[in-house]
Design a protein around this ligand. Sequence first.
Ligand code: FAD
Length: 467
Amino acid sequence: MSTRPILLWFRRDLRLADHPMLHEAARAGRPLIPVAILDPVAEGWGAAAMWRWGEGLRVFAGTLAAKGSRLILRRGGAAEVLARLAAETGAEAVWWSRAYDPEARARDVAVKAALRAAGLAARSFPGHLLFEPEAVATGQGTGFKVFSAYWRAASRLDPGRPLPAPGTLPAPSAWPASDRLDDWRPGAALRSGAAVVRGHSAPGEAAALNRLAEFLGTTLARYAERRDFPAEAATSGLSEYLAQGEISPRTIWAETARAGGNGKFLSELGWREFAHHLLHHSPDMARENWNRDWDRFPWRGESPDAEAWRRGMTGEPFVDAALREMYVTGRMHNRARMVAASYLTKHLLTDWRIGLAWFADCLTDWDPASNAMGWQWVAGSGPDAAPYFRVFNPETQAEKFDPLQLYRRRWIAEGQAHPPAEALSYFAAAPRAWGLDPYAPYPRRRIEPAAGRQRALDALAQWKTLK
Ligand code: FAD
Protein backbone atom coordinates (compact mmCIF):
# COMPACT_ATOMS: atom_id res chain seq x y z
CA MET A 1 0.00 0.00 0.00
CA SER A 2 1.28 3.46 -0.91
CA THR A 3 2.51 5.78 1.80
CA ARG A 4 2.73 8.78 -0.47
CA PRO A 5 0.62 11.78 0.57
CA ILE A 6 -2.87 12.61 -0.63
CA LEU A 7 -3.63 16.24 -1.49
CA LEU A 8 -7.06 17.17 -0.07
CA TRP A 9 -8.36 20.08 -2.13
CA PHE A 10 -10.84 21.99 0.03
CA ARG A 11 -13.26 24.39 -1.63
CA ARG A 12 -16.58 25.24 -0.02
CA ASP A 13 -16.53 22.18 2.28
CA LEU A 14 -14.79 23.61 5.35
CA ARG A 15 -15.71 21.12 8.06
CA LEU A 16 -14.49 17.93 9.72
CA ALA A 17 -17.80 16.21 10.57
CA ASP A 18 -19.82 14.30 8.00
CA HIS A 19 -17.23 14.90 5.35
CA PRO A 20 -17.05 11.80 3.11
CA MET A 21 -13.74 12.78 1.51
CA LEU A 22 -12.03 13.50 4.81
CA HIS A 23 -13.52 10.41 6.42
CA GLU A 24 -12.11 8.20 3.69
CA ALA A 25 -8.78 10.06 3.71
CA ALA A 26 -8.33 9.61 7.45
CA ARG A 27 -8.86 5.87 7.04
CA ALA A 28 -6.31 5.62 4.24
CA GLY A 29 -3.42 5.76 6.70
CA ARG A 30 -1.41 8.09 4.46
CA PRO A 31 -0.06 11.60 5.03
CA LEU A 32 -2.68 14.21 4.20
CA ILE A 33 -1.99 17.68 2.81
CA PRO A 34 -5.04 19.95 2.93
CA VAL A 35 -4.95 22.73 0.35
CA ALA A 36 -7.20 25.60 -0.71
CA ILE A 37 -6.65 27.40 -4.02
CA LEU A 38 -7.59 30.90 -5.04
CA ASP A 39 -8.22 30.01 -8.66
CA PRO A 40 -10.12 31.84 -11.42
CA VAL A 41 -13.41 30.16 -10.44
CA ALA A 42 -13.11 31.41 -6.86
CA GLU A 43 -12.01 34.83 -8.10
CA GLY A 44 -15.28 34.97 -10.04
CA TRP A 45 -17.37 34.84 -6.86
CA GLY A 46 -19.13 37.94 -5.61
CA ALA A 47 -17.52 40.17 -3.00
CA ALA A 48 -19.45 38.91 0.03
CA ALA A 49 -19.05 35.25 -0.89
CA MET A 50 -15.31 35.74 -1.34
CA TRP A 51 -14.97 37.54 1.98
CA ARG A 52 -17.03 34.86 3.75
CA TRP A 53 -14.93 32.10 2.20
CA GLY A 54 -11.83 33.84 3.52
CA GLU A 55 -13.34 33.97 7.00
CA GLY A 56 -14.20 30.29 6.72
CA LEU A 57 -10.67 29.41 5.60
CA ARG A 58 -9.21 31.28 8.56
CA VAL A 59 -11.28 29.29 11.05
CA PHE A 60 -10.77 26.02 9.22
CA ALA A 61 -7.00 26.48 9.18
CA GLY A 62 -7.20 26.76 12.98
CA THR A 63 -9.36 23.64 13.18
CA LEU A 64 -6.84 21.69 11.13
CA ALA A 65 -3.94 23.05 13.18
CA ALA A 66 -5.60 21.76 16.35
CA LYS A 67 -5.48 18.31 14.74
CA GLY A 68 -1.77 18.62 13.97
CA SER A 69 -2.47 19.38 10.32
CA ARG A 70 -2.30 22.56 8.21
CA LEU A 71 -4.15 24.30 5.42
CA ILE A 72 -1.81 25.13 2.55
CA LEU A 73 -2.93 28.12 0.49
CA ARG A 74 -1.92 28.58 -3.13
CA ARG A 75 -3.05 30.87 -5.90
CA GLY A 76 -3.36 30.10 -9.64
CA GLY A 77 -5.00 27.69 -12.04
CA ALA A 78 -6.11 24.66 -10.02
CA ALA A 79 -4.64 22.00 -12.32
CA GLU A 80 -1.20 23.64 -12.39
CA VAL A 81 -1.18 24.37 -8.65
CA LEU A 82 -2.13 20.81 -7.77
CA ALA A 83 0.38 19.25 -10.17
CA ARG A 84 3.12 21.48 -8.77
CA LEU A 85 2.18 20.64 -5.18
CA ALA A 86 2.19 16.93 -6.03
CA ALA A 87 5.68 17.29 -7.49
CA GLU A 88 6.88 19.22 -4.42
CA THR A 89 5.45 16.78 -1.88
CA GLY A 90 5.55 13.43 -3.67
CA ALA A 91 1.76 13.18 -3.44
CA GLU A 92 0.20 10.77 -5.87
CA ALA A 93 -3.48 11.50 -5.40
CA VAL A 94 -5.78 14.55 -5.27
CA TRP A 95 -9.22 14.30 -3.69
CA TRP A 96 -12.03 16.83 -3.40
CA SER A 97 -15.74 17.21 -2.63
CA ARG A 98 -17.99 17.82 -5.62
CA ALA A 99 -19.37 21.26 -6.47
CA TYR A 100 -22.34 21.55 -8.79
CA ASP A 101 -22.38 24.93 -10.50
CA PRO A 102 -21.36 24.85 -14.17
CA GLU A 103 -18.16 26.88 -13.69
CA ALA A 104 -16.90 24.56 -10.96
CA ARG A 105 -18.00 21.46 -12.83
CA ALA A 106 -16.21 22.47 -16.02
CA ARG A 107 -13.06 23.25 -14.05
CA ASP A 108 -13.22 19.96 -12.14
CA VAL A 109 -13.60 17.90 -15.31
CA ALA A 110 -10.55 19.64 -16.79
CA VAL A 111 -8.55 19.26 -13.55
CA LYS A 112 -9.38 15.56 -13.30
CA ALA A 113 -8.26 14.98 -16.89
CA ALA A 114 -5.03 16.98 -16.43
CA LEU A 115 -4.10 15.23 -13.19
CA ARG A 116 -4.78 11.79 -14.60
CA ALA A 117 -2.72 12.63 -17.67
CA ALA A 118 0.11 13.54 -15.27
CA GLY A 119 -0.17 10.13 -13.63
CA LEU A 120 -1.99 11.31 -10.48
CA ALA A 121 -5.10 9.67 -9.05
CA ALA A 122 -7.97 12.19 -8.97
CA ARG A 123 -11.15 11.40 -7.07
CA SER A 124 -14.25 13.39 -6.12
CA PHE A 125 -16.71 12.78 -3.30
CA PRO A 126 -20.30 13.75 -2.40
CA GLY A 127 -21.22 15.59 0.81
CA HIS A 128 -22.57 19.00 -0.23
CA LEU A 129 -26.09 17.66 -0.76
CA LEU A 130 -28.42 15.11 0.78
CA PHE A 131 -28.87 13.48 -2.62
CA GLU A 132 -26.71 13.71 -5.72
CA PRO A 133 -28.63 15.74 -8.31
CA GLU A 134 -28.97 12.82 -10.72
CA ALA A 135 -30.00 10.36 -7.99
CA VAL A 136 -33.54 11.73 -8.01
CA ALA A 137 -35.25 11.08 -11.36
CA THR A 138 -38.69 10.65 -12.86
CA GLY A 139 -39.91 7.26 -14.08
CA GLN A 140 -38.54 8.22 -17.51
CA GLY A 141 -35.13 8.95 -16.01
CA THR A 142 -35.38 12.71 -16.54
CA GLY A 143 -35.14 15.57 -14.05
CA PHE A 144 -38.11 16.99 -12.17
CA LYS A 145 -39.53 20.44 -12.92
CA VAL A 146 -41.98 20.65 -10.06
CA PHE A 147 -40.81 20.81 -6.46
CA SER A 148 -43.62 18.79 -4.88
CA ALA A 149 -43.02 15.83 -7.20
CA TYR A 150 -39.26 16.14 -6.76
CA TRP A 151 -39.49 16.18 -3.01
CA ARG A 152 -41.92 13.25 -2.91
CA ALA A 153 -39.42 11.20 -4.91
CA ALA A 154 -36.40 12.43 -2.94
CA SER A 155 -38.08 11.77 0.40
CA ARG A 156 -38.26 8.07 -0.46
CA LEU A 157 -34.44 7.93 -0.53
CA ASP A 158 -32.30 7.53 2.55
CA PRO A 159 -29.63 10.21 2.96
CA GLY A 160 -27.76 7.88 5.33
CA ARG A 161 -26.22 8.70 8.69
CA PRO A 162 -23.71 11.50 9.22
CA LEU A 163 -20.08 10.38 9.40
CA PRO A 164 -18.01 11.20 12.49
CA ALA A 165 -15.20 13.74 12.33
CA PRO A 166 -11.83 12.04 11.86
CA GLY A 167 -9.78 11.48 15.00
CA THR A 168 -6.39 12.22 13.50
CA LEU A 169 -5.07 13.71 10.28
CA PRO A 170 -1.60 12.28 9.58
CA ALA A 171 0.89 14.99 8.63
CA PRO A 172 3.53 14.70 5.89
CA SER A 173 7.20 14.56 6.86
CA ALA A 174 7.61 18.14 5.56
CA TRP A 175 5.00 20.78 4.80
CA PRO A 176 5.05 22.67 1.51
CA ALA A 177 5.08 26.47 1.58
CA SER A 178 1.78 28.32 1.87
CA ASP A 179 0.52 31.78 0.89
CA ARG A 180 -0.67 34.05 3.70
CA LEU A 181 -4.45 34.38 3.72
CA ASP A 182 -4.21 38.14 4.27
CA ASP A 183 -2.20 38.45 1.06
CA TRP A 184 -5.22 37.09 -0.82
CA ARG A 185 -7.21 40.09 0.49
CA PRO A 186 -10.52 38.19 0.42
CA GLY A 187 -12.43 41.20 1.76
CA ALA A 188 -10.98 43.74 -0.66
CA ALA A 189 -14.07 44.00 -2.88
CA LEU A 190 -16.62 44.15 -0.06
CA ARG A 191 -18.27 47.53 -0.54
CA SER A 192 -19.65 47.91 2.97
CA GLY A 193 -16.30 46.85 4.44
CA ALA A 194 -15.29 43.68 6.23
CA ALA A 195 -15.52 45.36 9.64
CA VAL A 196 -19.24 45.99 9.10
CA VAL A 197 -20.26 42.57 7.83
CA ARG A 198 -18.02 40.74 10.31
CA GLY A 199 -20.32 41.84 13.11
CA HIS A 200 -23.15 39.82 11.55
CA SER A 201 -21.36 36.59 10.83
CA ALA A 202 -19.80 33.91 13.04
CA PRO A 203 -17.87 31.66 10.66
CA GLY A 204 -16.81 28.08 11.18
CA GLU A 205 -18.02 24.58 11.90
CA ALA A 206 -18.30 25.01 15.66
CA ALA A 207 -20.43 28.12 15.20
CA ALA A 208 -22.60 26.24 12.70
CA LEU A 209 -23.19 23.36 15.11
CA ASN A 210 -24.02 25.82 17.90
CA ARG A 211 -26.44 27.64 15.62
CA LEU A 212 -28.15 24.36 14.73
CA ALA A 213 -28.44 23.28 18.36
CA GLU A 214 -29.83 26.65 19.38
CA PHE A 215 -32.34 26.66 16.53
CA LEU A 216 -33.53 23.13 17.25
CA GLY A 217 -33.80 23.85 20.96
CA THR A 218 -35.61 27.17 20.80
CA THR A 219 -37.08 28.03 17.40
CA LEU A 220 -37.95 24.88 15.50
CA ALA A 221 -41.32 24.48 17.19
CA ARG A 222 -42.56 27.83 15.87
CA TYR A 223 -40.70 27.69 12.56
CA ALA A 224 -43.69 26.90 10.33
CA GLU A 225 -45.81 29.59 11.94
CA ARG A 226 -43.24 32.41 12.19
CA ARG A 227 -40.71 31.81 9.41
CA ASP A 228 -42.22 34.49 7.18
CA PHE A 229 -41.79 37.39 9.60
CA PRO A 230 -38.49 39.11 8.84
CA ALA A 231 -38.29 41.05 12.11
CA GLU A 232 -38.16 37.78 14.05
CA ALA A 233 -35.25 35.39 14.44
CA ALA A 234 -37.56 32.51 13.49
CA THR A 235 -35.46 30.75 10.85
CA SER A 236 -32.33 28.69 11.28
CA GLY A 237 -29.76 31.16 9.88
CA LEU A 238 -27.85 28.13 8.59
CA SER A 239 -27.61 29.15 4.93
CA GLU A 240 -24.17 30.79 5.16
CA TYR A 241 -22.81 27.65 6.84
CA LEU A 242 -24.36 25.40 4.21
CA ALA A 243 -22.94 27.62 1.48
CA GLN A 244 -19.40 27.26 2.87
CA GLY A 245 -19.88 23.60 3.72
CA GLU A 246 -19.25 24.34 7.39
CA ILE A 247 -22.14 22.02 8.18
CA SER A 248 -23.56 19.23 6.06
CA PRO A 249 -27.24 19.04 5.15
CA ARG A 250 -27.18 15.46 6.42
CA THR A 251 -26.15 16.62 9.89
CA ILE A 252 -29.03 19.10 9.88
CA TRP A 253 -31.36 16.37 8.66
CA ALA A 254 -30.31 13.87 11.33
CA GLU A 255 -30.29 16.38 14.19
CA THR A 256 -33.74 17.66 13.19
CA ALA A 257 -35.05 14.10 13.24
CA ARG A 258 -33.52 13.63 16.70
CA ALA A 259 -35.25 16.80 17.85
CA GLY A 260 -38.63 15.35 16.85
CA GLY A 261 -38.64 16.22 13.13
CA ASN A 262 -40.32 19.08 11.30
CA GLY A 263 -41.66 18.55 7.77
CA LYS A 264 -41.78 22.23 6.92
CA PHE A 265 -38.18 22.89 7.89
CA LEU A 266 -36.92 19.77 6.11
CA SER A 267 -38.82 20.71 2.97
CA GLU A 268 -36.90 24.02 2.93
CA LEU A 269 -33.71 21.99 2.88
CA GLY A 270 -35.47 20.17 0.05
CA TRP A 271 -35.70 23.45 -1.89
CA ARG A 272 -31.92 23.73 -1.66
CA GLU A 273 -31.63 20.20 -3.06
CA PHE A 274 -34.15 21.02 -5.78
CA ALA A 275 -32.16 24.10 -6.79
CA HIS A 276 -29.08 21.93 -7.34
CA HIS A 277 -31.18 19.37 -9.20
CA LEU A 278 -32.45 22.11 -11.54
CA LEU A 279 -28.99 23.58 -12.06
CA HIS A 280 -27.67 20.12 -12.86
CA HIS A 281 -30.26 19.67 -15.59
CA SER A 282 -30.19 23.32 -16.75
CA PRO A 283 -26.62 24.57 -16.25
CA ASP A 284 -27.54 27.89 -17.89
CA MET A 285 -30.09 28.68 -15.18
CA ALA A 286 -28.06 31.58 -13.76
CA ARG A 287 -27.72 33.19 -17.18
CA GLU A 288 -30.71 32.35 -19.36
CA ASN A 289 -34.46 32.30 -18.90
CA TRP A 290 -35.28 28.70 -18.07
CA ASN A 291 -38.43 29.14 -20.12
CA ARG A 292 -37.07 30.65 -23.34
CA ASP A 293 -40.46 32.25 -24.11
CA TRP A 294 -39.29 34.90 -21.66
CA ASP A 295 -36.49 35.90 -24.04
CA ARG A 296 -39.10 38.05 -25.77
CA PHE A 297 -40.21 39.78 -22.58
CA PRO A 298 -39.30 43.49 -22.70
CA TRP A 299 -37.13 43.49 -19.58
CA ARG A 300 -35.54 46.82 -18.78
CA GLY A 301 -31.79 46.86 -18.33
CA GLU A 302 -29.72 49.22 -16.20
CA SER A 303 -31.62 52.37 -15.21
CA PRO A 304 -31.95 54.84 -12.34
CA ASP A 305 -34.71 52.54 -11.02
CA ALA A 306 -32.29 49.60 -10.83
CA GLU A 307 -29.69 51.77 -9.10
CA ALA A 308 -32.26 53.07 -6.59
CA TRP A 309 -33.22 49.45 -5.88
CA ARG A 310 -29.60 48.44 -5.25
CA ARG A 311 -29.15 51.39 -2.91
CA GLY A 312 -32.33 50.67 -0.94
CA MET A 313 -33.75 54.03 -2.05
CA THR A 314 -36.88 53.04 -3.99
CA GLY A 315 -39.25 54.76 -1.57
CA GLU A 316 -40.92 51.42 -0.87
CA PRO A 317 -40.02 50.76 2.79
CA PHE A 318 -40.24 46.94 2.89
CA VAL A 319 -38.09 46.68 -0.24
CA ASP A 320 -35.58 49.27 0.94
CA ALA A 321 -35.35 47.65 4.38
CA ALA A 322 -34.51 44.34 2.68
CA LEU A 323 -31.76 45.80 0.51
CA ARG A 324 -30.25 47.77 3.36
CA GLU A 325 -30.30 44.68 5.58
CA MET A 326 -28.37 42.79 2.93
CA TYR A 327 -25.87 45.58 2.36
CA VAL A 328 -24.96 45.74 6.04
CA THR A 329 -25.29 42.14 7.19
CA GLY A 330 -24.73 40.07 4.04
CA ARG A 331 -28.08 38.41 4.78
CA MET A 332 -31.67 38.94 3.74
CA HIS A 333 -34.74 37.21 5.10
CA ASN A 334 -36.45 34.87 2.60
CA ARG A 335 -39.75 36.78 2.61
CA ALA A 336 -37.84 40.00 2.02
CA ARG A 337 -35.88 38.35 -0.83
CA MET A 338 -39.12 37.42 -2.53
CA VAL A 339 -40.65 40.87 -2.14
CA ALA A 340 -37.47 42.71 -3.17
CA ALA A 341 -37.04 40.43 -6.20
CA SER A 342 -40.68 40.78 -7.19
CA TYR A 343 -40.46 44.56 -6.90
CA LEU A 344 -37.42 44.73 -9.18
CA THR A 345 -38.76 42.37 -11.81
CA LYS A 346 -42.45 43.32 -11.75
CA HIS A 347 -42.89 46.87 -10.44
CA LEU A 348 -39.65 48.09 -11.99
CA LEU A 349 -39.85 45.64 -14.94
CA THR A 350 -36.11 45.06 -14.61
CA ASP A 351 -34.29 41.99 -15.88
CA TRP A 352 -33.91 39.44 -13.08
CA ARG A 353 -30.23 39.02 -13.96
CA ILE A 354 -29.54 42.51 -12.63
CA GLY A 355 -30.98 41.50 -9.27
CA LEU A 356 -29.26 38.13 -9.33
CA ALA A 357 -25.88 39.79 -9.86
CA TRP A 358 -26.43 42.21 -6.95
CA PHE A 359 -27.47 39.41 -4.62
CA ALA A 360 -24.44 37.39 -5.76
CA ASP A 361 -22.22 40.31 -4.81
CA CYS A 362 -23.80 41.06 -1.43
CA LEU A 363 -24.96 37.77 0.10
CA THR A 364 -22.67 35.89 2.47
CA ASP A 365 -24.85 32.83 1.89
CA TRP A 366 -24.59 33.19 -1.89
CA ASP A 367 -25.32 29.89 -3.51
CA PRO A 368 -25.29 29.71 -7.31
CA ALA A 369 -28.17 27.22 -7.45
CA SER A 370 -30.54 28.76 -4.86
CA ASN A 371 -29.92 32.30 -6.10
CA ALA A 372 -30.69 31.39 -9.71
CA MET A 373 -33.75 29.35 -8.79
CA GLY A 374 -35.04 32.09 -6.46
CA TRP A 375 -34.75 34.80 -9.09
CA GLN A 376 -36.31 32.78 -11.86
CA TRP A 377 -39.08 31.62 -9.54
CA VAL A 378 -40.02 35.17 -8.64
CA ALA A 379 -39.61 36.54 -12.17
CA GLY A 380 -41.88 33.78 -13.48
CA SER A 381 -39.36 32.48 -16.00
CA GLY A 382 -38.29 29.37 -14.12
CA PRO A 383 -39.66 25.86 -13.84
CA ASP A 384 -42.30 25.56 -11.16
CA ALA A 385 -42.27 29.36 -11.00
CA ALA A 386 -44.78 31.67 -9.41
CA PRO A 387 -47.54 32.25 -11.97
CA TYR A 388 -46.69 35.20 -14.21
CA PHE A 389 -49.59 37.26 -12.88
CA ARG A 390 -48.40 36.98 -9.27
CA VAL A 391 -47.09 40.41 -8.40
CA PHE A 392 -46.30 40.79 -4.72
CA ASN A 393 -47.76 44.03 -3.46
CA PRO A 394 -44.94 45.44 -1.29
CA GLU A 395 -47.41 47.36 0.84
CA THR A 396 -49.74 44.48 1.68
CA GLN A 397 -46.76 42.15 2.11
CA ALA A 398 -45.38 44.61 4.65
CA GLU A 399 -48.70 44.87 6.48
CA LYS A 400 -49.01 41.12 6.63
CA PHE A 401 -45.46 40.11 7.48
CA ASP A 402 -44.26 43.21 9.31
CA PRO A 403 -47.47 44.32 11.02
CA LEU A 404 -45.75 46.29 13.77
CA GLN A 405 -43.25 47.84 11.35
CA LEU A 406 -40.42 46.38 13.39
CA TYR A 407 -38.45 45.32 10.34
CA ARG A 408 -38.96 48.56 8.44
CA ARG A 409 -38.10 50.69 11.47
CA ARG A 410 -35.01 48.62 12.13
CA TRP A 411 -33.61 49.40 8.68
CA ILE A 412 -35.15 52.71 7.55
CA ALA A 413 -33.70 55.68 9.45
CA GLU A 414 -35.47 58.45 7.57
CA GLY A 415 -38.44 59.91 9.39
CA GLN A 416 -37.42 58.55 12.80
CA ALA A 417 -36.35 61.04 15.48
CA HIS A 418 -34.08 58.40 17.05
CA PRO A 419 -33.23 55.81 14.40
CA PRO A 420 -31.92 52.49 15.74
CA ALA A 421 -28.27 51.53 15.33
CA GLU A 422 -29.03 49.09 12.48
CA ALA A 423 -30.72 51.78 10.41
CA LEU A 424 -27.81 54.17 10.97
CA SER A 425 -25.25 51.49 10.25
CA TYR A 426 -26.47 51.39 6.66
CA PHE A 427 -25.62 55.05 6.17
CA ALA A 428 -22.22 54.55 7.75
CA ALA A 429 -21.51 51.60 5.44
CA ALA A 430 -22.83 53.08 2.17
CA PRO A 431 -20.25 54.72 -0.10
CA ARG A 432 -19.89 58.46 0.44
CA ALA A 433 -20.42 58.92 -3.29
CA TRP A 434 -24.05 57.84 -2.86
CA GLY A 435 -24.60 61.01 -0.82
CA LEU A 436 -27.05 59.40 1.61
CA ASP A 437 -28.22 61.14 4.78
CA PRO A 438 -30.28 59.40 7.48
CA TYR A 439 -31.93 62.67 8.42
CA ALA A 440 -32.95 63.60 4.86
CA PRO A 441 -36.58 62.97 3.86
CA TYR A 442 -37.33 59.40 2.82
CA PRO A 443 -37.32 59.13 -1.01
CA ARG A 444 -40.59 59.35 -2.92
CA ARG A 445 -41.87 56.11 -4.38
CA ARG A 446 -40.55 55.37 -7.87
CA ILE A 447 -43.99 54.03 -8.67
CA GLU A 448 -47.20 53.51 -6.70
CA PRO A 449 -47.83 49.82 -5.87
CA ALA A 450 -51.10 49.63 -7.82
CA ALA A 451 -49.70 51.47 -10.86
CA GLY A 452 -46.60 49.25 -10.84
CA ARG A 453 -48.73 46.15 -10.68
CA GLN A 454 -50.86 47.33 -13.60
CA ARG A 455 -47.79 48.22 -15.66
CA ALA A 456 -46.37 44.74 -15.03
CA LEU A 457 -49.65 43.04 -15.93
CA ASP A 458 -49.91 45.11 -19.12
CA ALA A 459 -46.37 44.15 -20.11
CA LEU A 460 -47.14 40.53 -19.38
CA ALA A 461 -50.38 40.60 -21.37
CA GLN A 462 -48.56 42.14 -24.32
CA TRP A 463 -45.78 39.57 -24.05
CA LYS A 464 -48.38 36.77 -24.09
CA THR A 465 -49.55 37.96 -27.49
CA LEU A 466 -45.93 37.69 -28.74
CA LYS A 467 -45.39 34.14 -27.50
P1 FAD B 1 -34.32 28.54 6.85
O1 FAD B 1 -35.72 29.00 6.64
O2 FAD B 1 -33.90 28.23 8.21
O3 FAD B 1 -34.16 27.26 5.90
C1 FAD B 1 -33.18 26.24 6.16
C2 FAD B 1 -32.32 26.04 4.93
O4 FAD B 1 -33.12 25.61 3.84
C3 FAD B 1 -31.63 27.31 4.45
O5 FAD B 1 -30.45 27.56 5.17
C4 FAD B 1 -31.40 27.02 2.98
O6 FAD B 1 -30.26 26.22 2.80
C5 FAD B 1 -32.62 26.18 2.62
N1 FAD B 1 -33.65 27.03 2.03
C6 FAD B 1 -34.64 27.70 2.67
N2 FAD B 1 -35.43 28.35 1.78
C7 FAD B 1 -34.90 28.09 0.55
C8 FAD B 1 -35.27 28.46 -0.78
N3 FAD B 1 -36.33 29.23 -1.04
N4 FAD B 1 -34.49 28.05 -1.80
C9 FAD B 1 -33.41 27.25 -1.58
N5 FAD B 1 -33.04 26.84 -0.34
C10 FAD B 1 -33.77 27.26 0.71
N6 FAD B 1 -30.49 30.84 -0.41
C11 FAD B 1 -29.16 30.66 -0.32
O7 FAD B 1 -28.71 29.86 0.50
N7 FAD B 1 -28.30 31.36 -1.14
C12 FAD B 1 -28.75 32.25 -2.06
O8 FAD B 1 -27.94 32.84 -2.80
C13 FAD B 1 -30.15 32.49 -2.15
N8 FAD B 1 -30.66 33.40 -3.01
C14 FAD B 1 -32.01 33.61 -3.06
C15 FAD B 1 -32.52 34.55 -3.97
C16 FAD B 1 -33.89 34.79 -4.05
C17 FAD B 1 -34.42 35.80 -5.04
C18 FAD B 1 -34.77 34.07 -3.21
C19 FAD B 1 -36.25 34.32 -3.27
C20 FAD B 1 -34.28 33.14 -2.31
C21 FAD B 1 -32.90 32.88 -2.22
N9 FAD B 1 -32.37 31.95 -1.32
C22 FAD B 1 -31.02 31.73 -1.27
C23 FAD B 1 -33.25 31.09 -0.51
C24 FAD B 1 -33.59 31.57 0.91
O9 FAD B 1 -34.00 32.91 0.90
C25 FAD B 1 -32.45 31.39 1.92
O10 FAD B 1 -31.93 30.09 1.81
C26 FAD B 1 -32.92 31.61 3.35
O11 FAD B 1 -33.45 32.91 3.51
C27 FAD B 1 -31.78 31.39 4.31
O12 FAD B 1 -32.15 31.66 5.62
P2 FAD B 1 -32.17 30.50 6.71
O13 FAD B 1 -30.92 29.72 6.66
O14 FAD B 1 -32.53 31.12 8.01
O15 FAD B 1 -33.36 29.61 6.14
